[in-house]
Structure formats: structure tokens, C-alpha cells
Write a protein that binds this ligand. Sequence first.
Ligand SMILES: Nc1ncnc2c1ncn2[C@@H]1O[C@H](COP(=O)(O)OP(=O)(O)OP(=O)(O)O)[C@@H](O)[C@H]1O
Ligand SMILES: CCCCCCCCCCCCC/C=C/[C@@H](O)[C@H](CO)NC(C)=O
Ligand SMILES: [Ca+2]
Length: 557
Amino acid sequence: MEKQPRLLASQLFLKNSVFEVLLNGVLLTWKEIPDNKKVVSGSIHHPFKVGTSHSVSVSEILAVRELDVDGGTKDGRWQKMPQKLTEAYPYAFTVSYVERARQHRWRCSDVTFHCSEGALCQQWIQTIREQLTALTNRPKHLLVYINPYGGKQQGKCIYEQKVAPLFACASISTDVIVTENANHARDHLKTEAELKKYDGVVCVGGDGMFSEIVHGLVSRTQRDNGVDQNSLEEKLVPCTLRIGIIPAGSTDCICYATVGINDPVTSALHVIVGDSQPMDVCSVHHNNTFLRYSVSLLGYGFYGDVLADSERKRWMGPARYDFSGFKTFLTHHHYEGAVSFLPATDTLGTPRDKTRCRAGCFICQHDGQLYSGDSPEESKTAPDVSDREYEMGWGVVRGKFLAINAASMSCACPRSPKGLSPAAHLADGTTDLILVRKCSRFNFLRHLLRHTSKDDQFDMTFVEVHRVRRFRFTPRHCQNDSELDLRENGKQLFSQICRDHPACSCSPAYSSWNCDGEILPHAAIEVGVHCQLIKLFARGIEEQPLFEDLANPPCAL
Ligand SMILES: Nc1ncnc2c1ncn2[C@@H]1O[C@H](COP(=O)(O)OP(=O)(O)OP(=O)(O)O)[C@@H](O)[C@H]1O
Ligand SMILES: CCCCCCCCCCCCC/C=C/[C@@H](O)[C@H](CO)NC(C)=O
Ligand SMILES: [Ca+2]
């Protein structure tokens, strides 16, 4: 039989007032008691107005610790207590809990309750600890990778100063690896890491670092389960370990789109409370060979060119994206090819919806269930394609494109708070394929600027968007793409074409694919979405209280 959580109710002292404190297994509540209802003897003065009430969900309590009479906590932290209070109420305990601040930011707050009896104080500490121990979703032991060179190169300092103290407060133990080179984390996870020891993997860095963790974990899981990543028809086995992202990169788009802000403390608190957010992963293939996984943006044309240019300017830090973005906008290259795609016909949402993927998203729950079964075989995730969908067939769009973007999630980031596809879902098993046809520079600028305003970036004649499960891209000049390696032959082909058209301002034949911030070596690719292949220590973006939305209307450009 399931053990019922113990109920506790006492009158305790807090900030020189008497409070009715209640713990019921779900909530810890404290409410100031009017003078005539007090049982414990007199208050010193009333800094709070009578009736002040606070509630904290037990699931958002980080820790409880005893406070020494002299003001120090038993774990060494020091807290000042007024002398009168220490005399009358020599026992005290402090509860650390999550408090919500503005714009999805979480902070760790402390509240200290004072008791006159040592036994009562111990009872409170013990009962809160029991209820915290019963929360089985919380990680106890984590493997942490820090990229010391991501973003503004602050990863190590961010972890040591902001995150490690919180993990220690929540009694989470860690093994920390500061990476020594690119792919260090990926390869360690793939081959060496003793994954059984851990309840999750945390990366400190940007989207590129997160991508390393995804590649390491997904590849390891497939290898351990005998699944061949090279076959697009294979269903992949979901990863069991959750991934936490402590943002310390340049774009931090995965963190921003799953938490609502790129703030290290907020992300650390989501890890501590043991949140879980499933996420879709795209696998990218070329000629039946696996190339890479993608969780955010697969972009050809504009975003591929921005990335290719910005990689040569890493020394500029995060500003490289603005510089290369502006330069790429001015070059205004278009690329010819054919995009074939399998529309997601039985999902609830569409890319033009006004509703957004938020914490507890109904569409992700509904569509996620469509593509998972109960048996372990069935619950492998897929480039999920039902027979019915195959019958309905693929669509094809041929033409000249300024950009071909596949957004498996909104791709919201500080540069574009609503993202490339604002109505995309984190875990619905689909990706939004956005095709931006060749248009004037002015119109393309209007389209880009709409990423930063409330206007619909898809409501333009040269833009179309499809929610898909799979897609393929074949560049026009690709006679024998199996032989084509962009790095080797791409430049040759460009110069060939331009020699054929001297003095013209024609575009190169190929762009590159930007795959979550990495350049892919091939232009011709086939992509399939694997529904809910990984899980993050996040819960999706929480709805904001109405007054906050009104206080911060989206900027209209
Ligand atoms: N020790 C290291 N030395 C050099 N490169 C590293 C090291 N550790 C990781 N990397 C690589 O650095 C690249 C960039 O890292 P990261 O994603 O953390 O920052 P960013 O590129 O600035 O941010 P974003 O990806 O959000 O734009 C990643 O692709 C990762 O593979
Ligand atoms: C000329 C004004 C242009 C304003 C346009 C703003 C549009 C910004 C949209 C940014 C979307 C970024 C999507 C994220 C992609 C990441 O995977 C990747 C790796 O961090 N980042 C980039 C920049 O490629
Ligand atoms: Ca999706």
C-alpha cells in the first residue's frame, strides 16, 4: 500500500511574526496569524501585513537544513538571526525553494522558521526530507561536461559560481569534465562513460555543446541496443538519461525554447527539481548513410551561408552571427533544387496555429502517443510514417530558394523570441519545413524582420510552410551527388558556373546545411523525425501570468 505523506501543522515564528505553517505532501504553506488566534506567545513586531500567505509546491523545494542557535546552518552557511528571537526560539530550520521571477526566470529563495522546541524543529526537518526523498524523478548523481570555449568563454565560471552551489545545496553529487577539444564530450559518452552511474547528463555551453551530448547519448543507446543508425527505416531507441543544459553559448536556442530564458540559475533549478521534457530529434542521411542528428534548425541557403561565414569569425564571439547575418543578407544568394516531403496529416497542430507549445502541451501529448506503443519494440521511436501517410504520398516543390529551413521546435532565441516557426512543437514527431522562394532583397528583409515582431512571417506570397515527418532535398546541379562532397567539389562547381556566366551576379550552385550550428558536408540530404527520442531537464515554457504579458508586449517591427 502506498504510504500517505505525513501532515504537519504548527504555529512557527518567521520574521518576528507568528505563522500557521502547513505541510500536506503537496504544498508547504505559511500564513500569518491574526493576534487573537495565536497560541505561541507574543510577537515582537509585524513587518508583514496580517494575512500574508505563501505556498510552495513540495516538488519545488530544493532542501531543508537546520539552523544553529548562533545563526549558522549545520551545512556551514551563515544566517543572521535577531538576538531576541534566538533567545525565545532557539531552534530554526531553513527551507530553500524555487521562486518565479520575471520572464520565466527562476530563483532560489530561503525561508527560515523558528521554533521554541527542538523536537518540533526536528520533526519539521525530518518530514520535509521524507517528502523530498519520495520525489523519485529528482537526479542524485550527474555527469557534467563544461565547454570552456563556448559563447563568451564563461562556461567554467558560470558553473562554479552559479550552478555547483545549487547542486550542492540539493545534495546532488557530480562528476565534472571540462572538455579539452571539440567532440570530447560526444566521444566520451559514446564509448567510455559509465552511464549506469548517473541520473542525467548536464552540459555547460551552447547549442553546439548540447548537440555533442545528443550525438553521444543517442549513438550509445543505438549501439547498446543493436540499432543501425545508417538505416532511415530503423526505429531508434529513446535515450533514458535526461539532458540538462546550462546555457553558456552564443545562441542557446534549445535552452531558450525549452525553458523560456537562457539563464544558468533557472536551468540548474529545472535540473534539481527533476523536470522532464521529451524532444523530437531529426536524423539526417545522405545516400543511406547517417550524417548527423538535429533538434532545432536544419537550414540551407540563408542560415547555411550565415553559419559557414560565421565559423571563420569565431574570434568575434556571439557577435559573429550578426556580422555574418548582415553580410549574407547583402549577398542575397538563391539556390535551385527540389524539396520532397511527407506531410504530417494526422497531427492536431499546424504551423499557422496561434497556440504555442507550452509546458504540459496537449498537442505534444496527443501526437506523441500516436507514435509510441506499450511494448518495448513499439516504443522505439521512428521517422514515424503510418501506412496511411505513405498512401497519401509525398509533395514536391521545385524552384529557386533563398532559404530552406526545417524547424523541429520553435527555435526561439534571444534574437527572435518567437522563433523561426513560432507554432512548432517540441515533441509532436514533426518538423516545420519553411520554404522561402527567391524574392527581392526588400521582401526578404521584411520576412526576416517579422521573426522579431508579432507579424506572421509565413503570410507572404514567396513563403510556404509545411508540417512534415520526412523530407528530402536535391540540389539542381546535383548530377551525381553521391560523388559530391561540398568541401571538395562545391567551390569548383561554383567557379565553373560563374565562368559560364561571366559578369553575372549569379549565385553559387550550392549552399551548406546548417545543422544545429554545424555545417554538413553534403547538400543532398534526407531527413526523418524521431518522435520524443530524448528527454531534457525542462518542462517547456510556462505560461506567463497575464499581467506580465501586458507589461511586456512583443515588439512590433
Ligand atoms: N574544449 C573545447 N575546445 C574547442 N571546442 C570545443 C571544446 N569543447 C566543445 N567544443 C566545441 O565548441 C563548439 C561551440 O560550442 P558551444 O555550442 O558551447 O558554443 P557556441 O557555438 O558559442 O554557442 P551556440 O552553439 O549556442 O551558438 C561546439 O561545437 C563544441 O563541439
Ligand atoms: C537583417 C535582420 C535580421 C533579423 C533576423 C532575426 C532572425 C533570427 C532567427 C534566429 C534563428 C536561430 C535558430 C537557431 C539555430 C541554432 O541551431 C544555431 C546554433 O546555435 N544558431 C545559428 C545562428 O545558426
Ligand atoms: Ca517537433
